[in-house]
Design a protein around this ligand. Structure first.
Ligand SMILES: Nc1nc2c(ncn2[C@@H]2O[C@H](COP(=O)(O)OP(=O)(O)OP(=O)(O)O)[C@@H](O)[C@H]2O)c(=O)[nH]1
Length: 302
């Protein structure tokens, strides 16, 4: 252990260097006064100039993202009970950049229970990666809409909300007609382009809150909230017409048209599960296929 003040100083410098190598910062805070000491890396994380910024608890809280301030305050309360903090939160640098910080702290400084010792790490890259992976897991690669698994999850949530509140909701099930012919005539790449374009139109036409999913192949489902049966049929038919009037082109410049058939089902109190809603939409869709395609089929209201 260092004994002289000079030895302590070199020890502190070495500690800073070691932290820098590992990408860690550390700080000390007096729990009674809120005064802080920040290591070089912490200034870097927070994007502030060590020559101008004298940190204390209030300044630190001001730099925490407004949505995470409650969480940080709660962690500091927990510290009183447990003597430790392990928390991830966002900070907003003075220039507006948002970064994620992982802070692990305790107040077991030797001989001084008033001192909180924290290590901090910038985990922004890790968080971005985590978010991308989460998005990838729920997204259809080709079209960028939700995949079947995620669509079904959202449908399940919507159905359970409906059971509690009876708020209107509907499922539109679209299927591209004779899509096999598109692939066979123009090639799979053109088929892919058609599927992407169909989804682009869905995204333009539906609201942000509506849920669009690719259930497989050329079949898509859209979950609409707060919608009457008539309005759901009208929206579905509007999409059908728009797609029927959209000219698709091949790489050689040839033009062709497609059509879609759509089955519409409203949530009802008789549905036992979300699967039964989808099943009714599917039945209507196949009625439409059977009756000549390029049409929207809803259920006959009794
Ligand atoms: N290009 C492309 N084709 C796909 C994709 N997924 C499925 N398909 C094709 O979609 C076609 C679907 O054909 P079918 O199920 O016979 O349906 P259809 O030709 O649309 O006929 P109807 O639905 O009865 O009107 C098949 O040829 C599949 O190979 C994809 O991601 N890209």
């Amino acid at each position: 252990m260092p004994s002289t003040s000079q030895e302590w100083q070199s020890f502190a410098i070495m500690l800073q260097k070691l932290h820098k190598i590992r990408g860690f910062g550390y700080w000390q805070m007096s729990l009674s006064t809120g005064q802080m000491y920040w290591s070089e890396m912490v200034y870097e994380f927070f994007g502030v100039d060590p020559d101008r910024f004298i940190p204390d608890r209030k300044d630190f809280i001001r730099l925490v993202h407004p949505s995470d301030r409650k969480k940080v305050a709660k962690a500091q309360q927990t510290l009183k009970k447990t003597g430790a903090i392990d928390i991830k939160y966002r900070i907003v640098q003075p220039g507006g950049n948002v970064r994620w910080i992982h802070e692990v702290a305790d107040n077991s400084a030797p001989d001084d229970p008033d001192i909180l010792l924290s290590t901090l790490q910038d985990i922004t890259d890790h968080k971005v990666l985590e978010k991308n992976l989460r998005n990838q897991a729920i997204t259809d690669d080709l079209t960028g809409t939700f995949n079947r698994g995620h669509f079904m999850k959202r449908l399940r949530q919507a159905f359970s909300h409906f059971c509690r509140s009876e708020h209107n909701a509907a499922v539109l099930l679209f299927d591209v007609d004779h899509f096999k012919n598109v692939n066979d005539t123009y090639g799979h790449a053109v088929g892919d382009k058609v599927l992407k374009q169909v989804c682009r139109l869905f995204k333009e036409r539906f609201r942000e809150t509506d849920v669009i999913g690719r259930l497989g192949g050329e079949e898509f489902a859209v979950l609409l909230f707060e919608i009457t049966p008539d309005a759901a049929l009208a929206i579905a038919d509007d999409i059908r017409q728009k797609l029927a009037n959209t000219a698709f082109t091949t790489h050689t410049g040839a033009t062709f048209y497609i059509s879609v058939t759509c089955g519409v089902a409203h949530f009802t109190a008789d549905d036992a599960t979300e699967e039964s809603i989808l099943h009714r939409a599917d039945t209507s869709l196949y009625t439409g296929k059977h009756h000549g395609r390029n049409q929207v089929v809803g259920e006959v209201q009794c």
